[in-house]
Design a protein around this ligand. Structure first.
Ligand code: COA
Length: 416
């Protein structure tokens, strides 16, 4: 069975998290991803947050599956010559260096087009054109600048960043879509093009509902926010909303049986309007079904905190899984708060390949997240990440047609 991106060759100049997430996805779809790393150094994450001495870190291995690694000094003359040949042979170049770094190496977009007009050049930067275009940016800076932090956290509390890496992995996902779109366009145009994603923009795209609420504020208080029922006045900007649902169906995180000693004994509970009567029956408040103070979504809005307190009295008598078992057949949307330990042990996730065990020569077996996107005719097999420069000879020989003597020479010159 061929893979969806069989025959597509990616020149992967990415490092840390955002860019590697993108190229790892493309590799899972079957692209030949050639990761270029500085000789003797490599991607900085190889050595960051190490748990096993002298072995590539989980940070690196979990973001660089299914790739090949070549070491190449792209600042050295011989290295530039080899890099130029790689540009000729690849379909896509992906990078997430600091602004201007590739130009400083001598490879501006104009130069890349000259070398290979079919090349798709994809890059991630922290910000798009504007006041901050030259800044170096990491995950949490993007979360703050993209509107996520100002809208995350407890009501009246400090801004919070979220554990989901929406700045890095979120931008990598956006970039991957841009790349396959440009590849599709190249089928008709015959030409490559530039694909750019700013981390701030990607985070904002994921915070779209908060910009929605910013505009709704001009027309009155946000009635579905807990803040409304608590009679806390709204300010000028979309506030932090605790665990309120971001949609039209009110929801909260509620304690479940065992919450006193288990930090994850909680459920998310949504009082979907269509099943309000079922909610009333389940929690033992059938009187609320016809009560004019509770019967419609509109009249419930100022009473949401009191309603969720009543629901919590019930959820505290059940485990988070019992809540799920009771509510699901009644179409009441609930979700257990799963710990990473529970997710790592989840047999369904193992079965679908979303959680996979990978073997690595330096570190042994470890768990990783497999491809979350499932294609019926192009399944993803997760292969371990490459050691630094593991495929240098193979790439020089098979992709660039180097002889053994030329490989020896490139090594002696310190280019690879
Ligand atoms: N051979 C020779 N030099 C190489 C090389 C190679 N194979 N690969 C990288 N380098 C050089 C670069 O050219 C650059 O040199 P320069 O500063 O002289 O131009 C240098 O290594 C370091 O690159 P830089 O990107 O500046 O790394 P950094 O560690 O200082 O910054 C980031 C890291 C992530 C902050 C920065 O790359 C960035 O802002 N990237 C864009 C946004 C982004 O993706 N952020 C999220 C990362 S998860």
């Amino acid at each position: 069975m061929t893979k969806a991106l069989d025959g597509v060759r990616i020149l992967d100049m990415t490092h840390v998290q955002s860019g590697p997430t993108c190229t790892q996805l493309l590799a899972w779809f079957g692209a030949d991803v050639i990761k270029v790393e500085r000789p003797g150094v490599g991607d900085a994450t190889r050595g960051q947050l190490r748990d096993v001495p002298d072995a590539d870190s989980l940070y690196f291995t979990m973001l660089n599956h299914n790739k090949r690694s070549i070491t190449l000094n792209t600042k050295d003359d011989k290295g530039k010559e080899i890099f130029t040949k790689l540009i000729e042979k690849c379909d896509v170049m992906v990078e997430n260096f600091a602004p201007g770094a590739l130009g400083r190496m001598g490879f501006s977009w104009e130069r890349i087009q000259e070398i290979n007009p079919r090349m798709i050049y994809a890059s991630i930067k922290g910000f798009g054109p504007g006041d901050y275009e030259d800044c170096k940016v990491y995950e949490n800076v993007a979360q703050c600048a993209g509107g996520s932090a100002s809208t995350t956290g407890a009501i009246g509390g400090i801004p919070m960043v979220t554990g989901a890496q929406i700045g890095d992995s979120g931008t990598g996902l956006h970039l991957a879509l841009g790349i396959v779109t440009a590849l599709y366009h190249r089928e008709q145009s015959g030409k490559g093009q530039r694909v750019e994603c700013a981390m701030q923009d990607s985070v904002l795209n994921l915070c779209r509902v908060k910009l929605r609420d910013q505009q709704r504020l001009a027309h009155g208080p946000l009635k579905e926010y807990a803040q409304f029922g608590l009679e806390i006045p709204f300010g000028e900007a979309t506030p932090r909303a605790g665990n309120d649902s971001g949609g039209g169906q009110p929801g909260r995180i509620l304690k479940c049986k065992g919450w006193e000693h288990d930090p994850d004994a909680y459920t998310y509970f949504i009082t979907q309007a269509a099943v309000w009567k079922n909610v009333c029956d389940v929690i033992g408040r059938p009187d609320w079904k016809e009560d004019p103070d509770y019967a419609t979504p509109e009249v419930r809005l100022p009473r949401l905190t009191q309603i969720f307190e009543a629901i919590e009295v019930w959820t505290m008598t059940k485990t988070k899984f019992e809540v799920m078992e009771i509510c699901n057949p009644l179409n009441i949307p609930v979700g257990p708060i799963l710990s990473m330990k529970e997710i790592a042990e989840d047999s369904a996730l193992r079965k679908t390949g979303t959680v996979v065990e990978v073997d690595h020569p330096e570190r042994g077996k470890y768990l990783s997240v497999g491809n979350p996107i499932k294609l019926s005719d192009s399944p993803s097999d997760v292969e371990r990440s490459p050691l630094l420069g593991e495929h240098t000879d193979e790439i020089l020989r098979n992709v660039l047609g180097f002889s053994d003597a030329e490989i020896k020479n490139a090594k002696e010159e310190g280019a690879v």
